[in-house]
Design a protein around this ligand. Structure first.
Ligand code: ATP
Length: 371
């Protein structure tokens, strides 16, 4: 449906979108994710014909769009501020694109009614825009973007203005709406939760380039770089060296479950992989008096020996953040940088407590070395 071939857009000398290759298949929802200023909106504008490319091509349905004006591209664009016409009622807003195309009054009214029903606003035709909530305005904007039946629907921070509860509900609704309509969607957002809930495929951008593309599960479970890992909110990332079937890092030795080439890497430890293996007094650690860091064994092994030999990494609990059904522990280890761990509400130790943790080798990801 959509193909970008080495697409480049510059503002002045600066490439804001840099040699981006991307394909979006019919019926697919792709979310472009990235920090502010990474070029996401510019990418959408280039596809819509609102930002001329300085290099590469935009293909829609296999046809090069060079020279095709925005209104002939058959794409719908919905911006984060909705850009509704406040002086017109809901029906006039939703039917706008149809009127511009010369669709007759009766057909227009029927389509508007159907679209409003689809977005959960049946019968809202005569309501004024000003009297709608943010979420309702978002639905009107969506109905308006869908009205002309675009072959590609593009959403720029579609839920950006809405509060969290509403966003979470609308993401689910949008996903099932797009599924049932078979709409092809290219959305951009800086909110990873939104992207992961909405998308069949996620594209992470960094400074105008694609840093990683894949299914939400792939990107989440195997971030391709430290940048992606940190952008997704993982903070347990340290430089490490692989040798003898283990990664050696500031926290100690972490066994690898899969073979990896020897040499420098980045080591990501998911917070769920930092396992508490018991608290107890802050006695001497096994590494004391010995330069070699103690091994951080697999959970099963560590649990069986932790209380006896004290194997594991001794940490002080610096803080706790409640996250509904679990707690994030902010740990200050005896060696190495701060660690984040997750645990159940019931198991969460108090602030100031000294605990021992082990790293579950199943919950680590080796990243390319960033040094
Ligand atoms: N019309 C313009 N003229 C000059 N520079 C621009 C223009 N539009 C955007 N930029 C710059 O291009 C870069 C990318 O902007 P863009 O809006 O595409 O990023 P973004 O990833 O969508 O950011 P955000 O999430 O903040 O909307 C930014 O550094 C921005 O300042």
């Amino acid at each position: 449906m959509l193909g970008l071939e080495s697409l480049t857009v510059r503002y002045g000398d600066r490439p804001v979108v840099h040699a981006v290759d991307l394909e979006v298949g019919a019926g697919e929802t792709v979310c472009v994710l990235g920090p502010s200023g990474s070029g996401k909106s510019t990418l959408l504008r280039a596809v819509a014909g609102l930002a001329p490319p300085d290099g590469g091509r935009v293909l829609l349905g296999g046809r090069d769009q060079a020279g095709v004006p925005p209104h002939r591209r058959g794409v719908g664009l919905m911006f984060q501020d909705h850009q509704l016409f406040p002086q017109h009622d809901v029906a006039a807003n939703v039917g706008f694109g149809l009127r511009v195309r010369g669709t007759g009054r009766e057909e227009r009214a029927a389509r508007v009614a159907r679209l409003l029903e689809m977005v959960g606003l049946a019968g809202a035709e005569r309501r004024s825009i000003a009297a709608l909530s943010g979420g309702e305005q978002q639905r009107v904007a969506l109905a308006r973007a869908l009205a002309p039946g675009p072959r590609l629907l593009m959403l720029d921070e579609p839920l950006g203005q809405l509060d969290r509860g509403l966003r979470e509900r609308l993401v689910v609704e949008l996903r099932s709406l797009f599924r049932s309509l078979g709409t092809t969607v290219l959305a951009v957002t800086h909110d990873q939760g939104e992207a992961f809930a909405l998308a069949d495929r996620v594209v992470v951008m960094r400074e105008g380039r694609v840093e990683q593309a894949g299914s939400p599960v792939e990107v989440w479970s195997r971030p391709a770089s430290e940048f992606v890992a940190r952008f997704l909110g993982f903070s347990n990332v340290v430089p490490a060296t692989v040798s003898d079937g283990a990664a050696h890092c500031a926290w100690g030795r972490v066994e690898l479950v899969e073979p990896a080439p020897h040499g420098p890497v980045g080591l990501l430890v998911r917070p769920g992989g930092v396992r508490l293996v018991g608290g107890g007094p802050a006695g001497p650690s096994p590494g004391d008096g010995d330069d070699s860091p103690a091994p951080l064994r697999s959970t099963a092994a560590a649990e069986s020996v932790a209380d006896v030999s004290g194997t594991g990494l001794r940490c002080e609990v610096r803080g706790r953040t409640f996250r509904g059904d679990h707690v994030v522990l902010h740990l200050d280890p005896e060696r190495g940088p701060a660690l984040e761990a997750t645990c159940s509400l019931r198991a969460a130790p108090a602030e100031g407590a000294v605990v021992r943790v082990c790293i579950d080798p199943e919950e680590i990801v080796l990243l390319p070395s960033s040094s």
